[in-house]
Design a protein around this ligand. Structure first.
Ligand code: G3H
Ligand code: ZN
Length: 281
């Protein structure tokens, strides 16, 4: 069933659990998320980044249509989200492509411009009934929010949310994008301090680099939406490499895309189950 991101996120926020959001690039990514959600019985968010849209010639519709179709025919709850959207032109296609939420990312801009652009994006998106996530940018010359080593200041975060009116906030607490090993260490006390000051759900980007036990701890300390992308690509590419190494004569893409999709399905299912497992005290 295609449902609204706002409902999945609100449900997780209210119950203190996490909702996983997976970045998709190919049709196989979409199928992997849908199959893993069905296998585990867990809801999930399928997200398409502006970079992925660029890969598809700038057109969000084909991949979004695939995600919408997979959600509608699958036996579980999936929502569609547009991720790291920097252009207003793509923002304006959010509802039309079937997504119910969007991360508007003006974090590359100086703080005041980020706030102004995000406020404008949120105002427009709310008029369309969309749920909006955003991110603080460079504050005090410390680099963008997901530069390794950068941390979100709780008071800055609260001010950003109040001034922009966004519905969820991406925060920098130790993860960074595109990690291929699970070695990130999160500042759990900082997550708690941000949660105390910020009324909206918090979003962890770069979650591929975070061990499952740490992800669970992050949720326990106040994180709600868990964004995972690179992990799928690591599984995909590893499986493709293995198939081609074993069978170098293969030319039919189904021979390597099939195992790649299976590997991504297992990886996504692992994440979905990891978020529902509880660690012994
Ligand atoms: O917005 C997407 C996420 O932050 C994914 O990050 O590819 O490092 O898991 P990741
Ligand atoms: Zn991200």
């Amino acid at each position: 069933m295609l449902c609204r991101s706002a409902d999945l996120i609100a449900e997780a926020h209210a119950s203190g659990s996490g909702i996983a959001a997976f970045n998709v690039i190919t049709l196989e990514h979409v199928q992997a998320v849908a199959d893993a959600a069905r296998r585990t019985g867990q809801p999930a968010i399928v997200q398409i980044s502006q970079n992925a849209v660029r890969h598809h010639g700038g057109d969000v519709m084909p991949l979004a249509a695939a995600a919408g179709a997979a959600a509608r025919t699958g036996g579980t709850r999936l929502a569609l989200h547009l991720d790291h959207v920097e252009d207003f032109a793509l923002l304006h296609r959010t509802a039309e492509c079937g997504a119910s939420s969007v991360m508007f990312d003006a974090s590359r801009l100086p703080d005041a411009e980020n706030i102004a652009a995000t406020r404008e994006a949120a105002r427009w998106a709310h008029g369309q009934g969309l749920f909006v996530e955003a991110e603080l940018g460079e504050i005090g010359g410390k680099g963008s929010a997901h530069t390794p080593g950068v941390r979100t200041d709780p008071a800055d975060a609260a001010r950003f949310v109040a001034e922009t009116g966004v519905d969820a906030l991406a925060v920098a607490v130790g993860s960074s994008h595109a990690m291929v090993s699970r070695t990130a260490e999160l500042d759990l006390q900082l997550i708690e301090r941000i949660r105390e000051k910020v009324p909206v759900p918090l979003v962890l980007h770069g979650s591929s680099g975070v061990p499952h036990t740490t992800l669970r701890a992050a949720v326990k300390h106040g994180m709600t939406k868990i964004n995972i992308g690179t992990l799928l690509n690591v599984s995909f590419t590893r499986a493709v490499r293995a198939t081609l190494a074993q069978e170098p004569e293969v030319v039919d893409p189904r021979r390597y895309l099939g195992p790649a999709r299976d590997a991504m399905t297992d990886a996504v299912a692992d994440c979905l189950l990891a978020l529902t497992t509880s660690d012994s005290p």
